[in-house]
Design a protein. Structure first.
Ligand SMILES: [Zn+2]
Length: 189
Protein backbone atom coordinates (compact mmCIF):
# COMPACT_ATOMS: atom_id res chain seq x y z
CA UNK A 1 0.00 0.00 0.00
CA UNK A 2 1.36 3.46 -0.87
CA UNK A 3 2.59 5.85 1.80
CA UNK A 4 -0.09 8.42 0.96
CA UNK A 5 -2.82 5.80 1.23
CA UNK A 6 -1.55 4.67 4.65
CA UNK A 7 -1.01 8.24 5.87
CA UNK A 8 -4.45 9.55 4.92
CA UNK A 9 -6.10 6.24 5.74
CA UNK A 10 -4.84 6.38 9.30
CA UNK A 11 -5.66 10.09 9.65
CA UNK A 12 -9.21 9.32 8.55
CA UNK A 13 -9.50 6.45 11.07
CA UNK A 14 -8.42 8.67 13.96
CA UNK A 15 -10.63 11.59 12.95
CA UNK A 16 -13.69 9.38 12.50
CA UNK A 17 -13.19 7.65 15.84
CA UNK A 18 -12.54 10.91 17.73
CA UNK A 19 -15.59 12.57 16.18
CA UNK A 20 -17.84 9.68 17.18
CA UNK A 21 -16.49 9.59 20.75
CA UNK A 22 -16.78 13.38 21.01
CA UNK A 23 -20.41 13.41 19.85
CA UNK A 24 -21.34 10.68 22.33
CA UNK A 25 -19.38 12.27 25.20
CA UNK A 26 -21.15 15.59 24.55
CA UNK A 27 -24.53 13.85 24.81
CA UNK A 28 -23.42 12.72 28.27
CA UNK A 29 -22.26 16.21 29.28
CA UNK A 30 -18.61 15.14 29.15
CA UNK A 31 -17.23 18.11 27.20
CA UNK A 32 -13.57 18.21 28.24
CA UNK A 33 -13.12 14.45 27.99
CA UNK A 34 -14.89 14.43 24.62
CA UNK A 35 -12.52 17.05 23.21
CA UNK A 36 -9.35 15.55 24.66
CA UNK A 37 -10.10 11.88 23.86
CA UNK A 38 -7.18 10.10 22.14
CA UNK A 39 -5.38 13.36 21.21
CA UNK A 40 -2.02 11.61 21.65
CA UNK A 41 -2.78 9.66 18.47
CA UNK A 42 -1.64 12.75 16.57
CA UNK A 43 1.76 12.70 18.27
CA UNK A 44 4.74 11.55 16.25
CA UNK A 45 5.33 8.53 18.52
CA UNK A 46 1.86 7.15 17.82
CA UNK A 47 1.11 8.48 14.38
CA UNK A 48 4.29 7.29 12.73
CA UNK A 49 4.18 3.59 13.72
CA UNK A 50 0.47 3.56 12.90
CA UNK A 51 1.16 4.78 9.37
CA UNK A 52 3.98 2.25 9.02
CA UNK A 53 1.76 -0.67 10.11
CA UNK A 54 -1.52 0.62 8.67
CA UNK A 55 -3.87 -2.22 7.69
CA UNK A 56 -7.18 -0.61 6.83
CA UNK A 57 -9.30 -3.43 8.22
CA UNK A 58 -7.66 -3.94 11.59
CA UNK A 59 -5.61 -2.05 14.13
CA UNK A 60 -2.03 -1.12 13.18
CA UNK A 61 -1.16 -1.88 16.82
CA UNK A 62 -1.92 -5.60 16.34
CA UNK A 63 0.26 -5.61 13.23
CA UNK A 64 3.12 -3.85 15.02
CA UNK A 65 2.85 -6.36 17.90
CA UNK A 66 2.88 -9.24 15.44
CA UNK A 67 5.99 -7.93 13.69
CA UNK A 68 8.01 -6.60 16.65
CA UNK A 69 6.60 -8.54 19.57
CA UNK A 70 5.39 -5.30 21.16
CA UNK A 71 3.90 -2.02 20.03
CA UNK A 72 5.75 1.22 20.66
CA UNK A 73 2.59 3.04 19.66
CA UNK A 74 0.43 1.26 22.21
CA UNK A 75 2.95 1.68 25.05
CA UNK A 76 2.96 5.41 24.35
CA UNK A 77 -0.84 5.53 24.10
CA UNK A 78 -1.80 3.58 27.20
CA UNK A 79 0.73 5.49 29.29
CA UNK A 80 -1.00 8.79 28.52
CA UNK A 81 -4.70 8.02 28.19
CA UNK A 82 -6.58 7.45 31.43
CA UNK A 83 -9.60 5.90 29.69
CA UNK A 84 -7.56 2.73 29.20
CA UNK A 85 -7.47 0.36 32.18
CA UNK A 86 -3.87 -0.47 31.24
CA UNK A 87 -2.93 3.07 32.32
CA UNK A 88 -4.00 2.11 35.86
CA UNK A 89 -1.49 -0.66 36.39
CA UNK A 90 1.45 -0.59 38.77
CA UNK A 91 3.50 -2.72 41.11
CA UNK A 92 2.30 -1.85 44.59
CA UNK A 93 4.39 -1.98 47.78
CA UNK A 94 6.62 -5.04 47.78
CA UNK A 95 4.37 -7.03 45.43
CA UNK A 96 5.99 -9.36 42.94
CA UNK A 97 3.31 -8.75 40.31
CA UNK A 98 1.48 -5.87 38.66
CA UNK A 99 -1.88 -4.79 40.04
CA UNK A 100 -4.80 -3.27 38.19
CA UNK A 101 -6.08 -0.31 40.14
CA UNK A 102 -9.82 0.42 39.90
CA UNK A 103 -10.41 3.08 37.23
CA UNK A 104 -11.80 6.36 38.57
CA UNK A 105 -15.47 6.71 37.61
CA UNK A 106 -15.14 9.32 34.86
CA UNK A 107 -12.43 7.44 32.96
CA UNK A 108 -14.34 4.17 33.30
CA UNK A 109 -17.33 5.94 31.72
CA UNK A 110 -15.15 7.35 28.92
CA UNK A 111 -13.94 3.81 28.24
CA UNK A 112 -17.58 2.67 27.93
CA UNK A 113 -18.15 5.34 25.27
CA UNK A 114 -14.89 4.39 23.57
CA UNK A 115 -16.07 0.77 23.41
CA UNK A 116 -19.47 1.69 21.97
CA UNK A 117 -17.83 3.87 19.29
CA UNK A 118 -15.25 1.22 18.40
CA UNK A 119 -18.00 -1.41 18.05
CA UNK A 120 -19.88 0.82 15.62
CA UNK A 121 -16.82 1.39 13.44
CA UNK A 122 -15.87 -2.27 13.55
CA UNK A 123 -19.32 -3.75 12.92
CA UNK A 124 -20.62 -1.05 10.53
CA UNK A 125 -24.17 -1.89 9.36
CA UNK A 126 -24.15 -5.09 11.45
CA UNK A 127 -23.88 -3.05 14.68
CA UNK A 128 -26.62 -3.60 17.25
CA UNK A 129 -27.03 -2.17 20.75
CA UNK A 130 -26.09 -5.61 22.12
CA UNK A 131 -22.70 -5.67 20.41
CA UNK A 132 -20.54 -3.70 22.92
CA UNK A 133 -21.76 -5.79 25.86
CA UNK A 134 -21.48 -9.14 24.06
CA UNK A 135 -17.99 -8.29 22.85
CA UNK A 136 -16.83 -7.16 26.28
CA UNK A 137 -18.07 -10.16 28.28
CA UNK A 138 -16.52 -12.54 25.77
CA UNK A 139 -13.18 -10.74 25.68
CA UNK A 140 -10.01 -12.10 27.26
CA UNK A 141 -9.14 -8.76 28.91
CA UNK A 142 -11.84 -9.12 31.59
CA UNK A 143 -9.74 -11.87 33.16
CA UNK A 144 -6.87 -9.46 33.86
CA UNK A 145 -8.71 -6.23 34.59
CA UNK A 146 -9.68 -4.94 38.03
CA UNK A 147 -12.85 -6.92 38.94
CA UNK A 148 -14.70 -3.81 40.14
CA UNK A 149 -13.99 -2.07 36.82
CA UNK A 150 -15.23 -5.14 34.93
CA UNK A 151 -18.41 -5.11 37.00
CA UNK A 152 -19.04 -1.41 36.28
CA UNK A 153 -18.37 -1.58 32.55
CA UNK A 154 -20.51 -4.74 32.23
CA UNK A 155 -23.35 -3.07 34.09
CA UNK A 156 -23.31 0.03 31.87
CA UNK A 157 -23.01 -1.90 28.60
CA UNK A 158 -25.77 -4.28 29.70
CA UNK A 159 -27.95 -1.25 30.37
CA UNK A 160 -27.35 -0.19 26.75
CA UNK A 161 -28.10 -3.69 25.47
CA UNK A 162 -31.42 -3.81 27.33
CA UNK A 163 -32.59 -0.20 26.95
CA UNK A 164 -31.11 1.17 23.73
CA UNK A 165 -28.76 4.08 23.14
CA UNK A 166 -31.02 7.05 23.79
CA UNK A 167 -32.04 5.85 27.22
CA UNK A 168 -28.53 4.64 28.05
CA UNK A 169 -26.88 7.97 27.23
CA UNK A 170 -29.46 9.84 29.32
CA UNK A 171 -28.63 7.50 32.18
CA UNK A 172 -24.87 7.94 31.70
CA UNK A 173 -25.36 11.71 31.67
CA UNK A 174 -27.14 11.65 35.01
CA UNK A 175 -24.43 9.43 36.47
CA UNK A 176 -21.69 11.73 35.18
CA UNK A 177 -23.37 14.79 36.62
CA UNK A 178 -23.61 13.16 40.02
CA UNK A 179 -20.34 11.22 40.18
CA UNK A 180 -17.90 13.19 37.99
CA UNK A 181 -15.29 13.47 40.71
CA UNK A 182 -16.00 10.22 42.52
CA UNK A 183 -13.34 7.59 42.69
CA UNK A 184 -15.81 4.75 42.50
CA UNK A 185 -19.46 3.89 42.05
CA UNK A 186 -21.51 0.88 43.07
CA UNK A 187 -24.48 -0.25 41.01
CA UNK A 188 -27.31 -2.10 42.65
CA UNK A 189 -28.87 -4.42 40.15
ZN1 LIG B 1 -7.55 5.59 23.53
Amino acid sequence: MSFAKRFFGHLHTINTHRFLVMKTCFKCGMYAQGLLHDLSKYSFSEFWPSVTYFQGDRSPISKEKQVKGYSQCWLHHKGRNKHHWEYWTDRLGSDTKLSCIEMPFRYMLESVIDRISASKVYKKEKYTQAEPYDFFVNSKEIHVMNPKTVEQISYLLKYLKENGEEKALTYYKSLYKEHKYDQTITFHS
